[in-house]
Structure formats: structure tokens, C-alpha cells
Design a binder for this molecule. Sequence first.
Ligand code: NAD
Length: 495
Amino acid sequence: MKRKLFIGNDWVAGKSGKHIDCIDPASGEVFDSVPAGGPADIDAAVSAARQAFDRGWKRTTGAERAKILRAISAGITANRERLAALETRDNGKPLPESFIDVDTIAQIYEMYAGLAEGLDARGEEALDLPGDAIRSTVAYRPIGVVGMITPWNFPLEQFTWKVAPALAAGCCAVVKPSEYTSLSALELAGIIAEAGLPAGVLNVVTGTGPEAGDALVRHPGVDKISFTGSTATGKHIMRTAAEDLKRVSLELGGKNPVIVFDDVDIDAGVEWVAFGAFVNQGQVCTATSRLLIHAPIADRFLKRLVEVAQGIRIGSGAAEGVKMGPLVSQVQYDKVMSHIAAGKKAGATLLTGGTRPAGLGKGYFLAPTIFADVTENMSIWTEEIFGPVLSVMRFEDEDEAIRLANDTPYGLAATVLSKDKDRAERVADALDTGITWQNCNNMVVIQAPWGGVKKSGMGRELGRWGLESFLEPKQKTRWLTAGSLGWYDMPAAAK
Ligand code: NAD
């Protein structure tokens, strides 16, 4: 099947006529294709978005937008089987996890419907000013046309984390999904149009980063770029967007630690660590990729962790009972394997994994991998791998654990496991990350702010913070007294 681009509520062929293959990562076989969009397609999409914005979307009330957001949520729920199956085919993730993604995005559109209504209730905020000469209020205006660039690890979620709050704020969007997993974005666009969204408010242009993505970042008609992806691409995008001072928000990579103290219940602790490291094949920006284990329990904990890792059922995401599917692509598989080779070469001890699991000859399957005897200067400890690879170091006391956890350029998420609630709280407060989890791991709370500090990005998604990132505060100040300022009569020293 040859898909089309979604521009102005219409399905249109890409101008270049070229396509990108969609590959099933469980088999390596091509099963679909999407247009390889480029600058001309981006131009058409941005102009559709600009027209929709100026024609009236920017003047809609929050209540009007909420009605459409709720209809989108209902449309997603009505199509949940189809969306989940497509996501698993395109990305490889286990089907139950695709269902969680579909149900979560339905909730996110609902949540932003409520927040859009909240904008009506907030109205213009009056400021409490001294004196009675002036009155200032703050109106919140949609930023305008937003270019959105998303990665391949959670295609439905990443699309929604940006599109739902942008629509709630009254913005128009041009989305460029990852070239590895574009299908669910196109499906969602169809569902969103059926929910009654006016033409041009949402547009989807598929294509590669250097062609379609770069054209979107450079387009003068775009007011803001909202990007999720690697730190390297994020830096490049920020530099390019600086040319015409576009607003930018960036959700980037991580090298997320979990600190496990010696008072944990070993089985529960192992499950949280394994979940954080291996869910979604470790292709999660907040994936646990560094384990800091308290020395007194290290041997027992690692023994159990290895047993659990070896018991994880791996296979096609569509197969019953599978907990880990394939990595997303050959490119990603090769990248992760090169990190594993670097770990071995540096002298880390491979406790388990590091290879293709037995019996899975085709597809991009990789066994959960754990390295022990890792040192601070090894690349498996310092660089984001974005695959099912966990590196382990031991620590003796709390201060050492905090120092090792924070010794990274990244600052996305960190986890602490300890029965001592005061200690968990203290350590969480000392961790330099945008997100901390205590006695759980990789929990996505859609009402809470999501994002990183340091080189993990800037800005926050989800919750009310996600909505604010698509609004500009506009100051409105009025002179209330009948007279003038009296500037001409001011004493010279005051002039
Ligand atoms: P990537 O940076 O390679 O690609 C992300 C997107 O950017 C894709 O759509 C790609 O086509 C586009 N792109 C690439 N080059 C571009 C360019 N020059 N101009 C414009 N667009 C360009 O990242 P990826 O491999 O798709 O995703 C994995 C990365 O995403 C990891 O680093 C991960 O940590 C990060 N991530 C972060 C979060 C978060 O919330 N912080 C969430 C998910 C993924």
C-alpha cells in the first residue's frame, strides 16, 4: 500500500513521488510505505496550517476545542484494536503495550479537553498592582503554527503529547513523525479529521529528518518547533531554529540511573529494575540504563536480576505472552551492538545477553543484556544506548550513590529504591533530573510535568505544563485616570 500525506484535511501524494519503506521489525520485511516528503510538501502543510490559524482556529473558545478533543478521544477508543495492531507491526513493541499506549492517548485528549475549558475559565488574569492609575491583565494567546518532530519509540504517544495540548491551546500543527514509524500518525490524522477538526489545523508530512524535518525547522511560517529525539539532533535543531528565533522545546536523551539500597525487597526491586531497563526493548528516553547497587546486597540482587532477564519471553510483539519484541530497525540494532562490543572491549563483565536470542533468526531481536564491573569512564556507563542494555556499578554509601548518579551530562529521570522513606525522599531531592521515581520506576503520570534538565532538553510536556508551552502571555495595560502622564512637566532630574 502507498500512503499519502495529510494536508488541509486531504490525503495528497508527496511531491517527489518517492516513498519510504515501512519494515516489520519482527521479520525485516517491507509491509507498507509512506511518502518521502520534502520542502515543497512542508511548505504546503505550513501554509494550510497558517490559513487555518488565521481563518479562525486561533479565535475558537476552549469549550469549542474541548468538544473536538473529546471526539478525538472517542474516535481513538473506537479504533483501539486497529491502532494497537498497527503500532506493534510498525514499531515491534508487544501488543499489550500498544494497547496501553492507545488507552493512554485517549486519556490525554480527554485531559486536554478539560484544560482547554480551564483556559476559558481563566480568561484574562488581572494583576494586583499598587495604585489605581493603571490596570494590567494577561491574556494567553496560542503561539501559532507549531512544527512537531517525533521519534520512533512511542509513535502514538509522542504525537499525542504534542498535538493534544497544541490543539487545546488553539495552535495549528504540522507533524513530521519518525521515518521508521510513521503509520500510526497518519491513522491518527484520519481519526482526528473525522472528529470535526477544521481543515489545516493538523497536518502530517512523512519523510526523513534531513529532508522533511529540516525543511520544517527552517520554514519561516513556523512559530515554534516542538522536538523529541536525540540530543545530537536537538542541538542541531536549536541552532537552525535560532536563525529566525523560533521558540523551541526539546525532549532529548537520558542516561538514567536507578539507585538500589540494601533494605529493598529483592524480588520487588529486581522487577522494578528489569521493567525500567527492558520495557519497550530499552528504547525509552527514561530507560534505566545504569544500576547503582548497594554493595551488601549486590551479589544476591544481580543473581536474581540475571535469572529474571533470562526468563523474559522474547518474540514478535504480536505473539501471545511476549514481554520483549524486536528493536525498531537494523540501524538501531547495529548501534546497540556496537555499544555492547565497546563494553566488552573496555573490560566490563557480560553477565547475560549481548546476542540475538536462540531461535529468532529473522528480525532485530536482542536478548536483555547486563554488564557488571563497569567503571565510570566506560562508554556503556556514559553514553545513551537506547536498547536493552544495563550497566552496573556498586556503591558503599548514600553520598557515593548520589555522586555517581549525577555524574552525567544528562538529567532526564532517576529512580531510588529503599524501604527507608526519609532516605528515598532525601536522595530523590539530591538527584539532578527533571523526573524522579521513588520505589517505582518509569511510571508515566500524564498530569505531571515530563522533561529533563542539563542535556536532556528544555521545556516540559504533559499536564498543564504541556499546555502552557503552546501559549504566549500577552500583557494588556490600560491607563485609567483621565489625565496624561505629565512627562513634559517632570523635573529635569527625573526625565
Ligand atoms: P533522532 O534524533 O534520530 O530522530 C528524531 C526525529 O528527528 C525523527 O523524526 C527524525 O526524522 C528527525 N530528525 C533527524 N534529523 C533531523 C534534522 N536534521 N532536522 C530535523 N529533524 C530531524 O532520534 P530517534 O532515534 O528517532 O529517537 C531516539 C531518541 O529520542 C533518544 O535519544 C531518546 O532518548 C529520545 N527520546 C526522548 C524522549 C523524551 O521525552 N525526553 C522521548 C522519546 C525519545
